[in-house]
Write a protein that binds this ligand. Structure first.
Ligand SMILES: C[S@@+](CC[C@H](N)C(=O)[O-])C[C@H]1O[C@@H](n2cnc3c(N)ncnc32)[C@H](O)[C@@H]1O
Length: 317
């Protein structure tokens, strides 16, 4: 069977909102293994657009370098986090850019690699680090965090009451065995704790452990702080009155965080509305998509993984 080509999410909308032109510099803060959006940006900015690509996963960059080989001379790749955008731009000797893309979360390749163990089916470890240089992994969270720390992590799901129950289930399971060593094992423990009708999950669209595993992944990769900081750094890097920021979020908690962060960047003043501003905080962007944009039905039919994706766009002030 022919392998299916990787399809990046919402390609036309991403290009349209980024308003890509030749001669300009763009940043893809989340290049990924296939570099699908990076390729689109380079194609749309032909013949001389420049791309600065960032990813915290060194393996992704290795693979992206090959995927983008035909654009040699027009792109540079940086092993970095998106919260470190100012340092990357300083190294690239770029002050402001025409557009920044942030496609949050993990890539299909990371998800499908059993050794990275992002998936609940993985029996090859309990890692979940996007950057394999960092020391904290999902193994540490599941095996070394106290009940209190685990409960804090799992509250990210927004299911406060269940969080303590799941945390207690993890602590009991690890103490009653030689520890938790694979994502599949952790998923089974969580599912057995949360799902009253455990066993029925196979007929549902998502495994009952999914939101809890995502909360652990977010802890390992400091995803919320990274996302907030990345969006701010991106807004600060845009060419005034021209630059565009596009973000793709993939899960409920991410959608809310992106919406709130963009709103803060577009109206950061904290002074009471009836009084003159004394805080001095100036808006950086105007949000172009206050409610976010969902993928079209045709794209979801072709690529069901995109069904939870939401696009956010803003223009620099
Ligand atoms: C959804 S994938 C991007 C897919 C890509 N847009 C494409 O078209 O193929 C997200 C990528 O962002 C990277 N990533 C996630 N958080 C990051 C962060 N804080 N800083 C830099 N890269 C990050 C992941 O390692 C992953 O490769």
């Amino acid at each position: 069977m022919m392998p299916t080509a990787h399809v990046s999410a919402m390609p036309q909308q991403v290009c349209a909102y980024l308003d890509i032109r030749p001669g300009e510099t763009y940043v893809d803060m989340t290049v990924g293994h296939s570099a699908g959006h990076s390729r689109l940006i380079l194609e749309a900015s032909t013949p001389d657009g420049r791309l600065i690509g960032i990813d915290r996963d060194a393996e992704a960059l290795e693979s992206a370098k090959k995927a983008l080989a035909c654009f040699a001379g027009r792109f540079e790749l940086y092993h970095s986090r998106y919260s470190e955008l100012p340092q990357v731009l300083a190294e690239a000797r770029v002050e402001r850019v025409a557009g920044v893309l942030l496609d949050a979360g993990v890539s299909r390749e990371q998800m499908l690699d059993p050794k990275r163990s992002f998936s609940f089916t993985s029996t090859e470890g309990l890692d979940m680090r996007m950057d394999r240089i960092q020391s904290l992994s999902a193994w540490h969270v599941a095996n070394e965090y106290s009940l209190k720390e685990l409960t804090r992590v799992l509250r990210r799901t927004g299911r406060g009451r269940e969080a303590r129950k799941v945390a207690a289930g993890i602590v009991t399971a690890r103490e009653g065995s030689g520890g938790i060593h694979t994502t599949a094992q952790l998923a089974e423990i969580i599912a057995a704790t949360v799902a009253r009708g455990y066993g029925r999950y196979r007929t549902r669209r998502t495994h009952p452990a999914t939101p809890w595993l995502m909360a652990i992944r977010a802890e390992v990769n400091d995803e919320e702080a990274e996302l907030q900081s990345g969006l701010r750094r991106a807004a600060e890097a845009l060419i005034p009155r021209q630059g565009r920021l596009v973000c793709l979020s993939w899960a409920g908690h991410e959608h809310g965080l992106v919406r709130r962060t963009l709103r803060e960047l577009s109206s950061p003043c904290t002074c009471p509305p009836a009084l003159p501003c004394v805080c001095g905080k100036k808006p950086l962007i105007r949000v172009l998509t206050p409610k976010g944009v969902w993928p079209e039905a045709a794209e979801v039919a072709h690529n069901p993984a995109v069904r939870s994706c939401r696009l956010w766009a803003a223009r620099a002030l």
